[in-house]
Design a protein around this ligand. Structure first.
Ligand code: GYE
Length: 355
């Protein structure tokens, strides 16, 4: 055999050998790939979250809370967790967004993919919700807003709002100041005011600012020296107040849009050597009326506290019950609210205040 022929024989033997290897290897590889795919769940349908099927007779509710910035917020969270409970026939999936809208959007998308029955949203800011609310609507999941509201053109993007009338709260603060100045025979004097606003873009802040400004606008002698964001927190309230005290030597009134900022502001004022409250240098107007703040109202440290009721959980669960039984619900449910001064903070009020 010449060399060419010999190499031809070698090649065909080699080919046969290779084919033999492949014949064994190929089925093994296919089997291995199949087993791998099976292990990864590629050949089975994506399963529902197990608890949803386990809770078929419970109403599944996803709650997106905006954060935990204040005593009021803690009470609001407790209220919704109490109402949307197992004992009441609900299965709650709770998420705290830590003041970030993007976290709330993520949570809502998560609720949608888990096919919850209802979504409860306490929105940190007012705008930027269209897309995600549209997604919930397309998935057929009703959205109930709690506490704060959203700014959307299409009102059908949410089913109902359970909250407070923040514009009215701001007006109440203004009207109280009007009456107070009349009583003190100071209604003709120049009054210097600073405003500690809550979170930028939050409906509670926007409403309270607008409501108070409406009344302030009716008085030429009321001068709003400056308004600054204090994020509804003690820390920021103190920082902002310190800054304002440095800038203005003659502040008469502080309008602080929640009790936490008020606590911080009072610390800053006292540290600057000034006094607060009923017989003090600076009149304090606060919002929320949590227990510790009401004690300070009773002591005359805070002049007035415009109540904002965080007990909204029961109203939310009531709205869900109505929807479950196929009934119409109102678009807005406002909870009842009072105005507290030294005169009406009784021991009974203090004892009854659980937050
Ligand atoms: O006043 C404040 C909280 O949105 C009404 O948010 C709520 C406000 C409340 O952090 O304390």
């Amino acid at each position: 055999m010449d060399t060419e022929a010999r190499s031809g024989v070698k090649k065909s033997r080699l080919n046969r050998h290779m084919r033999g290897i492949w014949l064994v290897l190929l089925p093994v590889m296919v089997l291995l790939m199949f087993m791998l795919g099976w292990g990864l769940g590629l050949f089975t349908e994506i399963e529902e979250e197990p608890y949803i099927s386990e809770t078929s007779n419970q109403i599944v509710v996803g709650v997106s809370q905006l954060g935990s910035e204040s005593g009021w917020r803690t009470a609001n969270t407790e209220s919704i967790q109490r109402a949307i409970s197992k004992e009441n026939g609900f299965f709650l999936i709770y998420n705290n967004a830590r003041q970030k809208q993007e976290n709330q959007i993520k949570a809502i998308r998560n609720f949608i993919s888990q096919r919850v029955d209802y979504i409860v949203l306490a929105p940190v800011v007012e705008s930027g919700w269209e897309t995600v609310l549209q997604e919930a609507k397309q998935a057929g999941i009703p959205v109930i807003l709690m506490d704060r509201s959203v700014e959307v053109e299409d009102q059908s993007l949410y089913t109902a709002l359970v909250g407070t009338d923040s514009v009215e709260e701001g007006r109440k603060a203004g009207r109280w100041l009007e009456e107070y100045l009349i009583k003190k025979r100071m209604s003709d004097r120049d009054i210097n005011i600073v405003v500690l606003k809550g979170t930028e873009g939050a409906s509670a802040q926007i409403g309270r600012t607008a409501g108070f400004s409406m009344i302030a606008g009716e008085h030429d002698n009321w001068h709003i020296l400056e308004q600054q964001y204090g994020d509804f927190t003690i820390y920021k309230g103190k920082e902002v107040m310190k800054d304002l005290l440095k800038k203005y030597k003659d502040i008469d009134v502080v309008v602080s849009q929640n009790d936490d900022m008020t606590f911080g502001a009072i610390e800053a004022i006292r540290e600057s050597g000034k006094t607060v409250g009923v017989n003090g240098d600076i009149t304090i107007i606060s919002f929320d009326a949590v227990h510790d703040a009401l004690e300070m109202v009773a002591e005359g440290v805070i002049n007035v506290d415009i109540e904002c009721n965080p007990d909204q959980g029961e109203y939310v669960s009531e709205v869900i019950r109505l929807l479950e039984s196929g009934q119409e619900v109102e678009k807005r449910y406002y909870v009842e609210e009072d105005v507290f001064t030294m005169e009406n903070v009784t021991q009974e009020v203090l004892d009854g205040r659980t937050y």
